[in-house]
Design a protein. Structure first.
Lengths: 144, 663
């Protein structure tokens, strides 16, 4: 597990990361079909390679204010168990190697994305917040 | 009924088709009558009459015109008895039948004029039932040939018998389709047409060759004055294999057993035969069957819920449980049976490809040999229809760009003619894999990379680039990349539309193979599409009772209700729900169409902005629980590459009711 590849992305003023092994694709984001009656952080439904995938707006999920859509917006399509969901992020450019020896528990008082960050990693003095994907996608909703 | 959009569309089609069928039935009756005058039974006319009545009955049942169904059914039964009896239909019966067909015609006109068709006159059905269709002991022609005897209906045997007795000849032919023949545009339908010109085709039956999968041959029975040599030539078979059917030794004629003539009798054409028997069914009827099944499944769920509630309240429902468990198994069986009925052999889909290939090659310049191997693979007709354009596209690309001209192939040491292999096999019980492989020049990765400005290392990268809309390698300097033209269409069909997978593998100068994996079946739904705010939605046509123009002024808004107004409709107050408000899209002010659904038997109207159209779409379920909300049953692609939600308005009414109760 040491030095695992992660996909890094930006939401608000922080850098986040998810293990590359859980990322199926990275796609640019145009629009999603809104689904009435879903939680406010569900941006809608997209069709990626023939698959219908719900998009989770991480800004909304993390309680950050919405920003106008830019060409940098990306969706990170992640697999968690049997579920495939898309995370809408402000931008995503890098793949980083994170050494799990540098993982630390997030400070209790972590602001923004509180509860959705399971660890903090450091690479060359830069902080990456490891996203707790099952939590973000509301695993309690899942049937499996 | 005038405002029921779905019915109205259907009525036009019904009237047009019923008119034709009535005319056909009258023509058959006339021929039967002429035959009666000259003491010559007309078994073929009897069968035509039967078919016309049967179709009228089916059509009338679909749009719910009971009187026509009743008359057609009664008459059909009488005609069926006549058919069983070798096609004898006496003059008094013909008179009754003419009256009955006229009664049908009158009711078709009533439907056309948007009037309620008159009920069936009480005497008519009795007259039909009592018309003695078989006063004479029906003659069952004795057996004439071991190959044919068990495969012919009584009336067909009568036809053979008549032809032979009249001094004619009857021959048994065998047509074996092959790729070579198909390449010369010879197939069963061209053979049929040519044979019909020189004689009377009595029967054409496909027969599977043993062992299974070796293909199909067609046994053809024809009454003709043409020479066996001529017939053999037309059927592309050796003359030595033409069999001559002899007039059999007369036996005592026996009376047909009338007890065998009952409701369960299939129509003559679909009677079990020694070979593979076929019946043509409109796909929409199978869709209808499937829809009925899903309604049954839905009511089955309700039963289950009630049972659970009863169990919870301490009642002993074990016996009922046993029955519902049995029902579950039966429903699964029914579902399998319906699916099986929708499947067609992939070979049937691929056979016409040889013609396409023929039209694309240039003899002497570029030659291509098509090899098709679909074994026994089967596909839902709906999937096959959608898949075919993708297959055609890939074949065209392979011939145009991948397979080299003859001189280039010879220079490379390849066989003169390029080989294009199309294979299809079942990879699992619900998936089919189709491979289209050529032995051409392969896709030039470097050229693709240069053109796209992206790195193209893996086959996946390559596929990604060549299936990007608008990508083409055609205009590059090197002619050697040669593919990728419009490949996005292939991906849209296989992946986006059918929910399948697409792969490519290519090796320079060895060839390229595209693999399409698609589900054997898909859910096709006839839907209305409409807009509400900036968003489009679809609803199944079957769920909509009617659609009407919404007159905003006629709406009454009761105090306190959330977005629900009332509207006078045929003397009753109908609730009108603003879809925009329910879905929190807008305030519903721009709505001017109402879609009526039923909730607990009561009509409820949903106000929407604009109707966009009606179409058949592939509906895919939304799996993820995050996107799983009441009122949304799935999503479809209306052609813009974006998901459009399929709404279950009935379920939405439940949601509103719950919300109102909470308030």
């Amino acid at each position: 597990m040491a030095n695992e590849l992660h996909v890094a992305f930006r939401v608000g003023a922080a850098d986040y990361a998810v293990p590359a092994s859980q990322v199926l694709h990275l796609e640019s984001f145009d629009t999603a079909t809104p689904i009435p009656g879903t939680p406010s952080y569900v941006a809608g439904l997209v069709q990626v390679r023939g698959r219908l995938i719900p998009v989770i707006d991480l800004r909304a999920r993390f309680g950050l204010p919405a920003i106008p859509r830019t060409i940098d917006h990306r969706i990170v399509i992640v697999q968690s168990g049997a579920r495939v969901t898309a995370l809408l992020v402000d931008s995503a450019r890098d793949v980083v190697k994170l050494d799990d020896a540098t993982f630390a528990r997030p400070p209790e008082m972590l602001d923004g994305g509180g509860g959705f960050v399971k660890a903090v990693a450091t690479v060359a003095k830069k902080l990456f917040l490891l996203v707790d994907v099952p939590r973000v996608i509301g695993e309690e909703l899942g049937h499996g | 009924m005038s405002e029921r959009v779905d019915l109205r569309e259907f009525v036009g089609g019904f009237v047009a088709e019923a008119d034709e069928l009535v005319a056909a039935a009258n023509a058959s009756l006339l021929e039967i009558e002429t035959g009666n005058d000259s003491q010559q039974p007309r078994p073929r006319a009897v069968r035509d009459l039967f078919r016309a009545l049967h179709t009228i009955k089916g059509l009338a049942a679909m749009i719910g015109v009971e009187p026509i169904v009743e008359i057609a059914h009664a008459l059909e039964t009488a005609v069926r008895i006549a058919d069983k009896g070798g096609g004898r239909f006496t003059s008094p019966s013909v008179q009754v039948a003419i009256k009955a067909v006229r009664a049908i015609a009158e009711r078709v006109r009533a439907v056309a004029d948007d009037k309620a068709p008159a009920a069936v006159p009480s005497g008519l059905l009795d007259a039909i039932a009592n018309a003695d269709a078989t006063p004479d002991p029906p003659a069952i022609p004795p057996p004439m040939s071991a190959t044919w005897d068990t495969r012919l209906s009584a009336s067909e045997r009568q036809q053979v018998f008549q032809a032979l007795r009249g001094g004619g000849h009857v021959y048994g032919l065998v047509f074996q389709p092959s790729a070579e023949l198909a390449a010369d545009s010879i197939n069963i339908s061209t053979v049929r047409t040519k044979l019909a010109e020189v004689g009377e085709l009595i029967k054409v039956i496909p027969r599977s060759l043993a062992p299974a999968g070796r293909g199909v041959v067609f046994d053809i029975l024809i009454a003709s004055d043409a020479s066996p040599a001529k017939l053999a030539e037309l059927a592309a078979m050796p003359v030595a294999e033409v069999s001559t059917i002899e007039l059999p030794v007369e036996r005592d004629v026996t009376r047909v057993d009338m007890s065998a003539v009952n409701e369960e009798l299939p129509e003559p054409d679909s009677a079990p035969l020694a070979g593979r028997s076929l019946v043509r069914v409109e796909l929409s009827r199978l869709d209808d069957l499937q829809e009925q099944l899903s309604l049954l499944v839905a009511s089955r769920f309700r039963l289950e819920r009630e049972l659970t509630a009863m169990t919870e309240s301490g009642l002993d429902v074990r016996r009922l449980r046993e029955i519902t468990d049995l029902q579950s198994r039966q429903l699964r069986g029914l579902r399998r049976a319906i699916l099986a009925a929708r499947l067609i052999r992939v070979t049937e889909v691929l056979d016409p490809l040889s013609l396409l290939v023929r039209s694309l090659v240039r003899p002497g310049v570029k030659e291509v040999k098509l090899e098709v191997d679909a074994r026994d693979a089967e596909l839902d007709k709906a999937v096959a229809d959608r898949l075919l354009p993708a297959i055609i596209h890939l074949i065209r690309n392979a011939i145009d760009h991948a397979i080299e001209p003859i001189d280039e192939r010879i220079a490379k040491g390849k066989p003169r003619a390029g080989i294009l292999r199309v294979t299809c096999s079942e990879t699992s019980t619900n998936q089919v894999e189709l491979v289209i492989a050529d032995d051409g020049r392969g896709i030039d990765r470097a050229a693709v990379a240069r053109r796209s400005g992206r790195t193209v290392e893996s086959d996946d990268d390559l596929l990604e680039v060549i299936t990007t809309p608008g990508f083409s390698t055609r205009s590059t300097a090197t002619e050697t990349s040669g593919r990728g033209l419009g490949m996005d269409i292939v991906r849209r069909i296989a992946v986006d539309q059918l929910g399948g997978q697409l792969f490519v593998s290519t090796t320079p100068d060895v060839g390229t193979a595209f693999t399409l994996r698609v589900p054997v079946t898909i859910a096709i739904m006839d839907v209305f599409s409409f807009s509400c705010g900036a968003q489009s939605f679809v609803v199944p046509v079957s769920a909509i009772e009617e659609i009407f123009e919404l007159d905003a002024a006629a709406r009454v808004t009761p105090g306190g209700a959330s977005g629900v107004t009332l509207l006078e409709r045929r003397g009753r107050a109908m609730p009108v729900v603003s879809l925009g408000v329910v879905l929190a899209i807008d305030n519903g002010a721009s709505a001017n169409k109402a879609l009526v659904v039923r909730r607990n038997g009561e009509p409820v109207a949903f106000a929407v902005d604009r109707m966009l159209g009606r179409q058949e779409v592939v509906v895919r379920p939304i799996d993820d629980p995050l996107a799983h909300v009441p009122g949304v049953s799935g999503a479809t692609d209306l052609g813009d590459g974006r998901p459009t939600l399929v709404l279950d308005l009935g379920e939405l009414t439940g949601k509103i009711a719950r919300r109102e109760r909470r308030v």
